[in-house]
Design a protein around this ligand. Structure first.
Ligand code: PLP
Length: 379
């Protein structure tokens, strides 16, 4: 019997502690483990960079909720990305990335991995023919984000998996915006899922972390080898907080979606809003693909404000219940100006975002309070 998402999130990798019966995996704040004679490991643990029981619980739960065979937890989303790319690519390889990728991912490619010898090329992922045309013999990875940050663009995971596999490349999906509750890329043909667990999986704006989940045991082994060899692991307390967040992901996501739908409706009808970017809206260009591959449409909503950059910044500054800040995916609502905040590093690049854009991470507060705050912020 295959268990449901919520059951897996609460129980996978999380059997009661064998020593005490504690129903939650304890925080194993420990670096090394007593051996019963040389090489005699009691439970397979020898040193906590290689493995730690609290981290193992999180890694098994993440693998289960993504429908993968191996989960790995890292110190941050970017640490997970760096480990993945150095594990599967070689200097001289080429990677296709979204032309509206998360700013930090773009910076990793442009300022760090290019110097290591990895070429990258931004492509419009919604255009499958353009992606196919951009593939080169040395293309090793097609890197997908869907929905994208901050423009909420949608890419067809199944179609891009075929493009990647025809070319002998891997399909990697950054599933941070959707979360495993709304979208499970491995089942759609992706080879590896990436998460910034800082966002929806952690869900309470209290921990930074990242994850990789692999579809095959062989790739999972290779990633685990690099996780240990490169060392950017999640510590036990961070792993514990992230696992605590994962248990309530499903109920939180449903509420994020409920509230985001109401927010999108309000913005759509507002005279000062020139465009609403939310994949749940039937007029969104990616709506059909999103409906096919996502359970619901998520908690992120972006919109453009009449009056340009100054007007968009003023909306951000006037908001009260929507806290002005970077990051996303927590229970509290956040508002930000991508052009000057999260995506400032993309200025002047092909990934520059519109200056009149505002991004919302719609939280799980009382929706009427959120609508009232946006109405006053729009003026
Ligand atoms: C935040 C984020 C990352 C980076 O994760 P960190 O935990 O901040 O290192 C990667 N991808 C997306 C889509 C993100 O939102």
């Amino acid at each position: 019997m295959t268990e449901g998402f919520e059951t897996l999130a609460i129980h996978a990798g999380q059997d009661a502690d064998p020593t005490t019966g504690a129903v939650v995996p304890p925080i194993y704040a420990v670096s090394t483990y007593k051996q019963d004679g040389v090489g005699g490991l009691r439970a397979g643990y020898e040193y906590s960079r290689s493995a730690n029981p609290t981290r193992t619980a999180l890694e098994e739960a993440l693998a289960a909720v993504e429908g993968g065979v191996r989960g790995l937890a890292f110190a941050s989303g970017l640490a997970a990305e760096d480990t993945l790319l150095r594990a599967v690519c070689r200097p001289g390889d080429h990677v296709l990335i979204p032309n509206d990728a998360y700013g930090g991912t773009y910076r990793l490619f442009a300022r760090v991995l290019e110097a290591w010898g990895l070429a990258y090329q931004p492509v419009p992922l919604h255009d499958v023919d353009a992606v196919r045309a951009a593939v080169r013999p040395e293309t090793r990875v097609i890197w997908v984000e869907t929905p994208t940050n901050p423009l909420l663009g949608i890419a067809d995971i199944t179609a891009l998996a075929s493009v990647a596999h025809e070319a002998g490349a891997l399909l990697v999906v950054d599933n941070t915006f959707a979360s495993p509750y709304l979208q499970q890329p491995l089942g759609l043909g992706a080879d590896v899922v990436v998460h910034s667990t800082t966002k929806y999986v952690g869900g309470h704006s209290d921990v930074v972390g990242g994850a990789l989940v692999a579809r095959s045991a062989e790739l999972g082994e290779r990633l685990a080898y690099h996780q240990n060899a490169m060392g950017a692991v999640a510590g036990p307390f961070d792993a514990w907080l992230t696992l605590r967040g994962l248990k309530t992901l499903a109920v939180r996501m449903d509420k994020h979606c409920d509230n985001a739908e109401r927010v999108a409706e309000l913005l759509l009808a507002h005279p000062k809003v020139t465009q609403v970017l939310y994949p749940g809206l039937p007029r969104h260009p990616g709506h059909e693909v999103a409906a096919k591959q996502m359970r619901r449409f998520g908690g992120m909503v972006s919109f453009r404000v009449a009056g340009g950059e100054e007007a968009a910044v003023a909306v951000c500054n006037r908001a009260k219940l929507f806290t002005l800040g970077e990051s996303l995916g927590g229970v509290e609502s956040l508002i930000e100006h991508p052009g000057r905040m999260t995506h400032a590093s993309a200025a002047g690049s092909p990934l520059e975002v519109p200056a009149d854009l505002v991004r919302l991470s719609v939280g799980i507060e009382t929706v009427d309070d959120l609508l009232a705050d946006l109405t006053q912020a729009l003026g």
